[in-house]
Write a protein that binds this ligand. Structure first.
Ligand code: GTQ
Ligand code: FE2
Length: 379
């Protein structure tokens, strides 16, 4: 793209502009909208209804094969405010993936990291660098950057799940690499328990002193099981005497986020309760696992049901009001903003401001009262 040519009535100035343009230079005094007083947010609050995602996923299953070439049957959530870009918010890809019975999605790897969250169904296996991980309702399964992954469905039933990737961030950094798997043949292994869970998910607060080498930039635990998440949510609500709370999925060894670009959290809101209204820098994708109620995002109000995917753009307040008990999974790009010192958090209900993480002290980041209020204790 050629440098913009500014024109002026003064012939000398006009000549300067001409020469700037030829020299691939632009005068800042003619540029506007760069340093805005607040983020000029691309993307709008949006909801993709679960019923529609299931129906269209199934329709794609009838019509479109999965094989090399078109190797993922995936419907990308496209935020209507992003001019057709296939992103749910400006920094996150969110999609549903549909795999019919006995189908295989072949192995590959890429630098964008992915995670899967399962709203309904079970029976598909994801192999992450050869480690077989079962996918079941409420589970979070990670596919970190540059790990080989493939999916296979040995049973007769189709399965649908949500994928979230940091693709827009990696693409913005011009750091996307992709590679096909080493073999054309599908690896249809299964296992009673993944090696990752055997080593790092055996029991709360326990990690092996001598185990496999730790991966550098992400959690060594690749699956977070619903039974554990559910139990932890109950325990915290009970202990806090709260009506709603948010738990963060963490690296069991180092305590930080599960992956360097994506933060995963689960919010439980008991029937009749409402969360605080909070906004923070960076984008977020929500996925309703259980229950029904209202999700408020900016000026929008969405009546939600299981399977719904919602977009929370940067610096847009959001809150949940539960009609019956709601479990809500969410992914944000918060680790990126934290790492760069760009995180701002504002709780509009309590009036508290914060910056979420200070330095590398993840405990500060996790502590509800120094950041945003992550639970509705005694309210
Ligand atoms: O399952 O490997 O939604 O590579 C987008 C890209 C899923 C996957 C997506 C992918 C995958
Ligand atoms: Fe992939």
């Amino acid at each position: 793209m050629a440098t913009r040519r500014f024109s002026a009535t003064d012939p000398d100035l006009d000549q300067l502009y001409q020469r700037l343009s030829e020299g691939s230079l632009q005068p800042l005094w003619e540029l506007s909208g760069l340093l805005t007083s607040e983020p000029r947010v691309r993307g709008v609050p949006h909801r993709w209804p679960g019923s529609e995602l299931r129906e269209l996923g199934s329709r794609a299953g009838d019509l479109v094969p999965v094989d090399r070439g078109g190797d993922r049957r995936v419907l990308a959530c496209c935020n209507p405010g992003l001019g057709g870009a296939p992103y749910a918010v400006s920094t996150l890809w969110a999609a549903v993936q549909y795999l019919r019975g006995h189908e295989v999605a072949p192995a590959h790897r890429h630098t964008p990291a992915a995670l899967r969250f399962i709203v309904e169904g079970q029976g598909v296996w994801t192999l992450v660098d050869g480690d077989a991980l079962h996918m079941g309702t409420g589970d979070l399964v990670l596919t970190p950057s540059w790990t080989f992954h493939e999916h296979h469905n040995p049973g007769p039933e189709p399965m649908i799940w949500m994928d979230v990737l940091d693709l827009p961030v990696v693409a913005a950094l011009d750091a996307v690499f992709f590679e096909e798997g080493p073999s054309e043949d599908a690896d249809t292994r299964t296992a009673a328990r993944s090696a990752s869970e055997g080593w790092f998910g055996g029991g709360p607060g326990l990690v092996p002193v001598a185990g496999p080498p730790l991966p550098q930039h992400r959690s060594p635990l690749l699956a977070y099981r619903w039974a554990d998440t559910d139990r932890a949510l109950d325990a915290v609500l009970d202990t806090a005497g709260a009506r709603w709370t948010t738990l963060r999925y963490t690296d069991p060894v180092r305590g930080g986020d599960v992956m360097p670009t994506m933060r995963c959290e689960i919010t439980r809101v008991l029937a009749g309760a409402s969360t605080d209204s909070v906004r923070q820098t960076g984008g977020r994708v929500l996925c309703v696992l259980h229950g029904s109620g209202e999700v408020h995002i900016g000026a929008e109000r969405f009546d939600v049901a299981p399977g719904d995917i919602l977009a929370v753009p940067s610096w847009t307040p959001w809150s949940v009001h539960a009609a019956d008990d709601v479990d809500l999974f969410s992914t944000s790009d918060a680790p990126v903003l934290d790492a760069l010192g760009l995180m701002r958090v504002q709780n509009l209900t309590t009036g508290q401001d914060g910056t979420a993480a200070r330095g590398a002290d993840h405990v500060t980041a996790l502590h509800p009262h120094t950041t945003t209020d992550l639970s509705g204790a005694h309210r």
